[in-house]
Write a protein that binds this ligand. Structure first.
Ligand code: CO8
Length: 374
């Protein structure tokens, strides 16, 4: 008989610092005003574009975001810096992302009623890792005292779902007994806080999930992974060019195009239909339709995207219980968004209830898991 695979514990670590739209806009607008004053002659000559002003009302209406968390707040609102000030650490110290990962991992282990001895694979999957090697996953594995192996995975917004797919396959194949999937989304160093169109989008967070075989799971809230589905389709509409080759390119590794940038409107228009088609096909595989789905743990990039996707799937507005939104306080947390929604909104489901967890974003990439409460 094929092994039944479950998600048996989730962990969410939220940084203690947050930044409201109002604070962020006040700092950006002061920066823009100073930039425009400093460059007034060049702007007058048409050589430099004036910086447009941002608005807290626009941000909330266009995205649903009201505030975001920051791993380090210092520096982000300083108009002479406009980026977080994260103190460098020695090679002998725990790295920042490993620290974030460990906070979330411990919570997931506790929720799953497991210890390090029950885990033999660690996957750290997120939009960026702060170094290439040694893998963050191996650092986390060492710090938690886990025997086995670990590796890092980068799939932008779909890093968490794609890593859960790998975990599912390893447990199903019998090559692992317990997998810890961790998403330390330290987005703030890559946000261009000088760009009016994207300065408000992202927040920092860490999430984690324990995946194991059904027969070893003994936690209170266990979700069978009925199946997984993934798709990618190449697009340049969400891009970050920062990388190790920058040094050889003789370009400024901190220029605007090296940071997160996107054609937000195009992304919105192209990704929504892709997500609807992907989810519909996933449900059809099990002869299910949207009426069978009790909860939608959707990717958290934009509330209007989620409403549109849910409306297309359900034929009506979803209630906040059916499709929870965490964007208002967390903003877009890259791959962690749907996992935050799951972490905060899964305990009330009853045995037999089915939910769908889905990410969509850069790549483009879409990943989904169909889950049934045990
Ligand atoms: N304040 C005031 N006005 C603004 C602002 C602002 N802050 N920003 C834009 N405007 C203006 C625009 O310039 C435009 O003006 P005009 O009409 O004069 O040209 C007007 O407002 C409308 O602009 P848009 O059409 O761009 O506004 P939208 O309604 O489309 O909203 C959004 C913009 C919110 C960006 C929206 O398009 C969106 O959310 N799209 C979806 C994008 C998405 O999902 N992207 C995924 C990104 S996440 C991901 O894939 C993971 C990447 C890895 C993580 C990276 C971590 C750093």
């Amino acid at each position: 008989m094929a092994t039944s695979v479950v998600m048996s514990g989730s962990g969410l670590w939220t940084p203690s610092h947050s930044i409201s739209n109002e604070e962020l806009v006040q700092a950006y607008n002061a920066y823009a005003e100073q930039f425009n004053t400093d460059n007034s002659a060049a702007i007058e000559r048409g050589e430099v574009s004036a910086k447009p002003f941002s608005s807290a009302e626009f941000i909330e209406k266009a995205s649903g975001i009201r505030s975001r968390f920051a791993y380090v707040k210092e520096g982000i609102l300083d108009i002479n810096r406009m980026r977080p000030s994260i103190a460098p650490r020695l090679d002998t110290e725990l790295s920042d992302q490993a620290e974030m990962a460990i906070y979330a991992a411990k919570k997931a282990l506790e929720a799953a009623n497991k210890t390090a001895a029950d885990i033999d694979v660690v996957i750290v999957s997120c939009a960026y890792t702060q170094r290439s090697y040694p893998a963050l996953a191996i650092e986390v594995q060492d710090a938690l005292g886990i025997k086995g192996f670990g590796f890092d995975m980068l799939v932008a917004c779909s890093a968490a779902t794609f890593a859960l797919h790998r975990a599912y396959e390893m447990i199903a194949a019998g090559t692992a007994k317990g997998v810890l999937v961790i998403n330390p989304e330290l987005t703030s160093p890559q946000v261009n806080y000088c760009d009016r169109d994207s300065h408000f989008i992202f927040g920092d967070v860490a999430t984690a999930m324990v995946v194991e075989a059904a027969e070893t799971a003994n936690a209170e809230h266990v979700y069978e992974i009925m199946s997984t589905k993934a798709v990618t389709s190449y697009s340049n509409n969400i891009r970050s060019n920062f990388g190790y080759v920058s040094r050889a390119n003789d370009t400024n590794p901190f220029a605007g195009d090296m940071l997160f940038h996107q054609e937000g409107r195009k992304v919105f228009k192209e990704v929504c239909p892709m997500a609807v088609e992907h989810i519909s096909e996933h449900l059809q595989r099990h002869s299910l339709d949207s009426t069978h789905i009790k909860r939608w743990w959707l990717h958290q990039a934009n509330i209007n995207m989620n409403t549109l996707i849910s409306r297309k799937l359900l034929g009506r507005e979803p209630s906040i219980e059916e499709a929870p939104i965490v964007l208002d306080s967390y903003a877009n947390t890259a791959s962690a968004g749907s996992i935050i929604a799951f972490s905060l909104h899964h305990q009330d489901l009853v045995s037999g209830d089915i939910g769908l967890l889905c990410s969509f974003g850069a790549g483009y990439s879409i990943g989904s898991l169909l889950l049934k409460k045990r």
